[in-house]
Design a protein. Structure first.
Ligand code: BYC
Length: 475
C-alpha cells in the first residue's frame, strides 16, 4: 500500500497512480460528479467554509483530518480497509476457500446489481436533503448535515470505484447512470422506495438519519462479509463514517424529545396543542414520524422470503450481520427461521427455510437495534416524569414490500379493513396538517451559540469544539 497523499485529486489507498487507465476513467467521471453536486447537492452552499472531517487513512487512530473546506473542493477519496492476510470465505457454498480479489464471471451481474443498489442510495440521500441547509436549527446541525452529505458522496465514490475497477464497460455505464437517476424523479427514480421520499424538514432529517441510515449500517455490514474482498473492505471502511450519521439521527431526535419535555414542564401540561403553540413538537407527532420513517426503512430489507437473498448467501456475495459471531454451520441448508406471515386475515409466525429468510433475519437485527434507540429516547421522557413511551409499530404496518404489502395492518399488528385504516391513519402517520406545522418551525438559526426553540442544544460539540463554535463560515 502506498501512503496517501491528501492533496491528490482523488486521494486513495488503492495505488490509483499505478493504474493509469483506471485513474483516467475515474478522473473523467469526476467532472460529471461535480456538476451533479452543483445541481443537486446542498443548495446555495458553494462558497461556505465548513469544518469537515475528510477520510485520509484507514487506520483506526487518526483516519480523519478536520479542517475548513468548501464542499465542492472536498477530497472524495477511495479507501478500502487493509486486507486481512489469508482471509477465507466465511459462509455459503464456497466456505473455507480464499476470498476473491476479482469478480468471478458467474456472479458478475449479481454482484454488479448489489453494488449498484448500494451505490444508488448514496447520492439519493444527498438529493433528498439538498434544501435542509436553508433551515438548520443551529450552525452545529448545519455542519453535521454537510458532513453527512459529503460522506454519502464519498460512499458513492466507493461504489463507483468498484464498478470502474472490476466491471469494465458496463461498470462505467452503471457509474454514469448513478448520476442520471434522481430521488423522486417520475421517469428515472432511485432504485429503492425510501430514497424517493422527500426529506423536507429537520424532523424528517433526524428520523431518516436514525432509521434509514441504520438500514445502511446493516446492509453494509452484510456486504462487509462478502467473498468479493474489495467490496468487503470498502464497506468495512464506510461503516466507520456511517456511525456518525446514526449518531446525528439518534442525538437529534433525543434533543427534540428533551426540548418537548422541557416545554411541557414549563407549561405544566402535555396537551399537544399547547406544546405546539409554544413552538415545540408534541410527542404524538414525534410518534407519527417514527411510524413513517420506521415503516419505509423496514421495507428496505426486501421480501421476507427471497430467493435473491438465498442466492446472495449461498454464492458468498452477501452474508448475515456479524456472520462470524453466529454459532451455526454458515451453510443454513438444513436450518429454519421464524418468519411473520399472513394467513388469511391473521398474522402468524412460522418456521421457514433459513436461506430464503435471510432478509427477515437482517430485518430482525435492525428492529432490535432500533428498539435500543427508542429505549434511550423513552428514558428522557421518563426522567421528566411523563407516562408516554414511544414504540415501534408492528413490522406489518404501512408496508409496500413483502408479505404485508397487500393488506392494511394497524401499529399494534392487526390486519384491518380499508375503512378502519382510513378512519385511523391520521393518528398513525404524519398528516398534511402535521407537516405544515413542522414546516412552520423550520427557520434557520445561524447565530453563534443560538438554537431554534424546538430542539435542545447538544451536550458536546464536534472535534472538541464547544457548541457555539463557528462550524460554518458563510463568507
Ligand atoms: N424498494 O427478493 P427481494 C444506505 C425489489 S441504505 C424498491 O426481497 P432482495 C444508505 C428488489 O430489488 C442500504 N424495490 O429483493 C442509507 C427485487 O427486484 P427484482 C442500501 C425493492 O434483492 C441512508 C424485488 O423487489 N444497500 O446505504 O432480496 C443514506 C424482490 O425483492 C425494495 C442495500 O440495499 C424496496 N425497498 O432484497 C445513504 C444493499 N425491496 O429483482 C445510504 C444492496 C426489494 O424483482 N441491496 N425491492 O427486480 C440488497 O441487498 C437488495 O437489493 C435488497 C432487496 C435487500 C434491497
Amino acid at each position: 500500500m502506498s501512503s496517501i497523499n491528501y492533496n491528490e485529486r482523488i486521494p486513495n489507498n488503492v495505488d490509483l497512480g499505478e493504474n493509469r487507465r483506471l485513474q483516467r476513467a475515474l478522473e473523467s467521471w469526476l467532472p460529471n460528479y461535480l456538476s451533479w453536486w452543483d445541481e443537486l447537492g446542498p443548495e446555495g452552499t458553494q462558497g461556505y467554509d465548513v469544518l469537515l472531517r475528510t477520510a485520509v487513512d484507514v487506520s483506526s487512530d487518526g483516519w480523519a483530518h478536520f479542517d475548513y473546506v468548501k464542499m465542492p473542493e472536498y477530497r472524495w477519496g477511495i479507501f478500502l480497509n487493509e486486507p486481512v492476510p489469508g482471509r477465507k470465505i466465511a459462509f455459503g457454498d464456497h466456505k473455507g476457500e480464499d476470498v476473491w480479489q476479482e469478480v468471478p464471471g458467474e456472479y458478475r451481474s449479481t454482484l454488479r446489481r448489489l453494488i449498484v443498489t448500494q451505490g444508488d442510495t448514496e447520492p439519493a440521500s444527498v438529493e433528498q436533503q439538498r434544501l435542509l441547509g436553508l433551515t438548520a436549527p443551529s450552525l452545529y446541525d448545519l455542519r453535521n448535515l454537510f458532513q453527512i452529505n459529503v460522506e454519502e458522496g464519498r460512499h458513492l465514490w466507493a461504489m463507483v470505484y468498484l464498478l470502474h475497477a472490476h466491471f469494465g464497460r458496463d461498470g462505467r455505464e452503471e457509474a454514469e447512470a448513478m448520476l442520471e437517476r434522481h430521488s423522486g424523479d417520475a421517469d428515472k427514480p432511485r432504485i429503492l422506495g425510501a430514497f424517493n421520499e422527500p426529506t423536507p424538514e429537520w424532523l424528517s432529517m433526524f428520523m431518516f438519519a436514525f432509521f434509514t441510515d441504520r438500514d445502511g449500517k446493516f446492509q453494509l455490514a452484510s456486504l462487509a462479509e462478502s467473498a468479493f474482498d474489495p467490496l468487503a473492505r470498502t464497506c468495512q471502511f464506510m461503516l466507520t463514517e456511517e456511525a456518525h450519521h446514526m449518531f446525528v439521527g439518534e442525538s437529534g431526535v433525543m434533543r427534540i424529545v428533551k426540548r418537548t419535555c422541557e416545554v411541557m414542564d414549563e407549561l405544566r401540561t402535555d396537551d399537544p396543542e399547547r406544546v405546539r403553540q409554544a413552538g415545540a413538537i408534541d410527542l404524538e407527532t414525534l410518534q407519527r414520524w417514527i411510524n413513517f420513517h420506521y415503516s419505509v426503512s423496514v421495507d428496505l430489507f426486501g421480501q421476507e422470503l427471497s430467493t435473491n437473498a438465498a442466492n446472495y448467501y449461498t454464492q458468498g456475495l452477501k452474508g448475515r450481520y456479524h456472520e462470524a459471531k453466529i454459532n451455526d454451520d454458515h451453510l443454513l441448508v438444513n436450518d429454519t427461521y421464524n418468519v411473520f406471515m399472513l394467513e388469511g386475515e391473521k398474522i402468524i409466525e412460522r418456521d421457514q427455510p433459513a436461506l430464503t429468510s435471510i432478509n427477515e433475519k437482517l430485518r430482525q437485527d435492525y428492529i432490535d437495534d432500533c428498539q435500543r434507540g427508542l429505549n434511550r429516547w423513552n428514558k428522557v421522557i421518563e426522567k421528566h416524569g411523563y407516562d408516554v413511551r414511544f414504540s415501534l409499530p408492528h413490522r406489518g404496518f404501512h408496508r409496500a414490500i413483502g408479505n404485508f404489502s397487500e393488506v392494511k395492518v394497524s401499529p399494534d399488528g392487526k390486519v384491518i379493513s380499508e375503512a378502519e385504516w382510513t378512519k385511523n391513519v391520521d393518528k398513525w402517520l404524519p398528516t398534511e396538517a402535521d407537516r405544515a406545522f413542522v414546516t412552520t418551525l423550520m427557520k434557520p438559526c445561524y447565530e453563534h451559540g443560538k438554537i431554534a426553540g424546538w430542539i435542545a442544544p447538544p451536550t458536546r460539540g464536534i472535534h472538541g469544539h464547544p457548541f457555539d463554535f463557528d462550524y460554518v463560515r458563510f463568507n
